[in-house]
Design a protein around this ligand. Structure first.
Ligand code: SF4
Length: 430
């Protein structure tokens, strides 16, 4: 007789940092599921705990330590894997932390299955090679939108950023591999794909194909109805790319283009590859193809030496710009970067105030943008039922809720945006 009491092995995950990391965790989780593991929530008892770390700030150390402690508390017998950017940069430090079984760098994390069975008490695998690992895909809390990782690493040297050291030089998936992955996603029912990476504007396959070529082939997949790009560096937002997105008829009306600062002196010190006049020109070019576009941007406040006037330049630029989806970060010193060595680090209190000021501006602008959308019609890809409402995103990346008895999961419907109340946008069928 078969033993029905045999239990599946369990794995839990905790991810820190950027969207790309989340996307990669999704892919690794899929690998565990394919091998018969049950994926349980972090904090529950598990046989393996996988921590996908980030090293963007100096706080990574203590965050990592806390997570390990939490993982051990929840399942004292579990194998604890510390992987990703922090592992890549600080393997020696992690080795000294009690309870860690396996340390895997940014590319080695995909090989976790090979290493799990190792008899070693503490194994460390950090690879400095520049191969492309993991066409990683995952959903955003629903089975409707998928991230497709097309690029990793970065060749830029922005003064505040550790990513080029943690993830290595830029490399990309081939167009044909990306295409087969996108087709697989389409066959699994995904209607929206978000192309992600560290610096996707620099996508270049070894065959020489660029992001425009990749976009052209992906939008040909009939079942993929909507396409988005993750963050695109302003200097890589070329007119050819924007025209291709427009011609595809599938690109959604939202662009995420990092700004970081609107002060030319700060941009120069950051070693960004544009000045504010070029950024504005790029925005105008995008608007000439997508006149109603919503824009999102990352902004760093309190960069070393940022004066009140320079902060106000950023504030005023943002106030008058079409940017409505703000992602504000206080500058955080990261050892090993040029900016960490600069004098004139800004006091924590000042950074906090500046973050708050920009957040308030961002909230007000997003509210106004949502309010102005009332009365318009929009296609929404519905994801999930929340508090009796079906929710999904409009083309402009506004989350909208609609009352309906129908099962709208993964359905694209045209709705009329009917009102914006208490920070929530509502729609109705017409
Ligand atoms: S573009 Fe700059 S900020 Fe972005 S990953 Fe590369 S170095 Fe870091």
């Amino acid at each position: 007789m078969q033993n029905n009491t045999m239990t599946k092995k369990r794995v839990s995950f905790h991810t820190l940092g950027c969207r790309l990391n989340f996307s990669e965790t999704g892919s690794i989780a899929q690998g565990f599921a394919d091998r018969g593991y049950e994926v349980v929530e972090f904090g529950n008892e598990a046989d393996v705990v996988f921590l996908n770390t980030c090293t963007v700030t100096d706080g990574a150390d203590s965050t990592c330590r806390n997570l390990i402690r939490k993982a051990q508390g929840a399942s004292p017998e579990a194998k604890i894997v510390v992987a990703g950017c922090y592992a890549q940069m600080e393997a020696e430090k992690i080795k000294k932390m009690q309870g860690v079984d396996l340390i895997l760098g940014t590319s080695e994390k995909y090989k976790v299955f090979e290493y799990l069975d190792s008899e070693e008490d503490l194994a460390v695998h950090i690879d400095k090679s520049s191969d492309f690992y993991g066409a990683a895909t995952t959903t955003v809390d629903s089975h409707t939108r998928a991230f497709l990782k097309i690029q990793d690493g970065c060749n830029y040297v922005c003064s505040f950023c550790i990513i080029p050291f943690a993830r290595g030089r830029s490399r990309a998936i081939s167009v044909s591999d990306a295409l087969s992955e996108a087709k697989r996603l389409a066959n699994n029912g995904f209607k929206e794909i978000i192309l992600t990476g560290v610096n996707i504007g620099e996508y270049e396959a070894t065959s020489g194909e660029k992001l425009v070529d990749l976009v052209k082939s992906i939008v040909d997949i009939k079942e993929i109805k909507r396409l988005r790009l993750g963050s695109v560096e302003p200097n890589t937002m070329t007119e050819e790319l924007v025209r291709t997105l427009k011609d595809s008829g599938k690109y959604q009306d939202h662009f995420h283009i990092p700004l970081q600062s609107a002060s030319n002196d700060i941009l120069k010190s950051m070693r960004r590859k544009y000045d504010i006049a070029q950024y504005k020109e790029m925005q105008a070019m995008v608007q000439s193809y997508f006149p109603q576009a919503a824009f999102g941007a990352d902004v760093i406040v309190g960069y070393p030496g940022e004066s009140e006037e320079q902060f106000l330049e950023t504030f005023n630029f943002l106030r008058h710009s079409p940017i409505t989806h703000f992602h504000i970060f206080p500058y955080s010193k990261r050892k090993g970067t040029t900016a960490a060595k600069l004098d004139d680090q800004i006091q924590v209190g000042v950074k906090k105030d500046r973050v708050k000021t920009l957040m308030m501006l961002g909230d007000a602008k997003l509210d106004e943008f949502s309010q102005n959308a009332v009365g318009q019609t929009s296609e929404v890809l519905f994801e999930s039922l929340q508090d009796g409402y079906w929710e999904g995103y409009t083309s402009h990346y506004l989350r909208v809720r609609v009352k309906s008895d129908l099962d709208l999961k993964n359905e694209i419907r045209n709705i009329k945006l009917s009102n914006f109340t208490a920070g929530k946008l509502y729609g109705e069928f017409f």
